[in-house]
Design a binder for this molecule. Structure first.
Ligand code: NDP
Ligand code: MG
Length: 401
């Protein structure tokens, strides 16, 4: 037997957003597969206690703290370590580690627009980009896809539904395969308020909104799941990632979150991806792709799930989903506006400045009053983003006073 066949080089990974829910799950998968992966860089914003513990556990060569004040204090802590990593600061630090030669693969797991520049940098540098940060696709889909195309980067979806579609769409690059796709279906749990009487939604709290029935996630995506803006962002993400018109992307409520997506082909075949709702499944799939590795998650036994339900979402209950579909149909800069206004509105809800139902009101009103702008480069996107944030802030201050 040839010994060369057994030699496996270790993949160097940068995890941007390592202190978050996706970041921690990624480190869990890496820890289970230490012979395959090594952590070159970790990046976060302010969760320096978690980050310090991760530095000790994974001994990265680089660590990025985005917030400069936190970075200063972190530098003192690092100086006490005998084998201290190099500390970088801010977005430029994130972009720098995303493009290091020794980094093969970048986990883009920063939440929101804050992840855009480093995700783009990784794509421009030809890395394998594990894309959790769906907001960067919603904001800059074409730029990101073009950057990946030009550099030879590989974008692999981490979002569970998109990872599921990716698995059911093997060989979609082949035109004949793609022509055979009738529609894809993304499932949605419906979040914590699927059955809450509509007249009770006005007073739900951030704690209730973040208590997702099936998934344990960061606060922003949890609130997005409660409004179903998350599914709206995912519809846009799916159109971009798989090059599909929105008429081919369908959303179905599936409260048990066992089936993550389905792909229907014109011959009547429907391929579905099933698994426990645990992000380590898509993370393990993408990080080792095309190999299969242990994720720490068991596979399901269908006899335990005889009561799986599927039904059409009620767009009156979830107007954010309807808005995102309209925005994708309008095919212009509105998706940047919607994403920015949503980030501001969700943060304000988490800070108890506005009510749950006002998230939609703020986002819809900012989108309605925006003008379409041609997007040529990332500076234009950042400018639209800033203006939409200012408009959302203004709306919110009017609501509050
Ligand atoms: P979390 O809120 O749990 O974590 C966010 C991460 O981003 C943290 O590490 C945080 O650092 C970091 N971060 C935030 N702002 C900045 C900044 N300005 N600069 C650098 N780092 C920053 O989010 P999730 O892990 O839940 O989600 C991450 C992304 O993955 C989102 O885009 C989400 O939509 C997507 N996703 C998440 C899923 C999940 O199951 N959680 C499922 C599918 C997609 P710090 O801790 O220091 O604030
Ligand atoms: Mg998802």
């Amino acid at each position: 037997m040839s010994t060369n066949a057994n030699i496996q080089t270790s993949t160097g990974i940068a995890i941007l957003g390592s202190t978050g829910s996706v970041g921690k799950n990624t480190l869990d998968v890496i820890e289970r597969n230490q012979e395959r992966f090594h952590v070159v860089a970790l990046g976060a914003n302010r969760s320096v206690d978690v980050l310090f513990e991760q530095v000790q556990r994974f001994s990265p060569k680089y660590v990025v703290v985005s917030d400069p004040d936190y970075a200063k204090k972190f530098a003192e802590r690092l100086s006490r370590l005998s084998n201290s990593p190099k500390l970088l600061v801010g977005n430029s630090g994130l972009c720098e580690v995303a493009t290091l030669q020794e980094v093969d693969c970048v986990m883009a797991a920063i939440v929101g627009a804050a992840g855009l520049m480093s995700t783009l940098a990784a794509a421009e540098a030809g890395k394998i980009v594990l894309l959790a940060n769906k907001e960067s696709l919603v904001m800059a889909g074409n730029l990101l896809l073009n950057a990946a195309h030009n550099s030879g980067a590989t974008l692999l979806p981490i979002d569970s539904e998109h990872n599921a579609v990716f698995q059911c769409l093997a060989n979609v690059a082949n035109k004949e395969v793609k022509a055979g796709v009738q529609k894809i279906t993304l499932t949605a749990s419906g979040g914590p308020f699927l059955k809450t009487p509509l007249n009770k939604l006005a007073d739900v709290t951030p704690e209730q909104a973040c208590a997702h029935p099936n998934w344990s996630m960061g606060q922003k995506i949890s609130v997005d799941s409660a409004t179903m803006m998350n599914k709206g962002l995912e519809v846009i993400e799916a159109c971009l990632l798989f090059g599909l018109d929105i008429t081919k992307v369908n959303v179905v409520i599936h409260p048990q979150s066992i089936v993550h997506a389905m792909v229907a082909y014109r011959d009547g075949s429907v391929l579905a991806h099933l698994g426990f709702p645990d992000m380590r499944v898509p993370i393990a799939h993408a990080i080792a792709w095309p190999a299969r590795i242990d994720s720490g998650v068991e596979s399901i036994d269908l006899t335990d799930f005889s009561g799986l339900e599927f039904f059409t979402p009620d767009l009156n209950r979830f107007p954010c989903l309807r808005l995102a579909i309209e925005v994708q149909n309008s095919g212009n800069s509105a998706s940047v506006v919607m994403n920015a206004a949503n980030e501001v509105a969700v943060q304000s809800f988490l800070e108890r400045k506005i009510k749950f139902l006002q998230i939609y009101d703020v986002v819809a009103s900012v989108v309605d009053s925006s003008e379409p702008v041609a997007i040529n480069d990332v500076e234009v996107i950042m400018s639209i983003d800033r203006q939409a944030r200012a408009a959302a802030d203004k709306q919110i201050s009017q609501l509050v006073h």
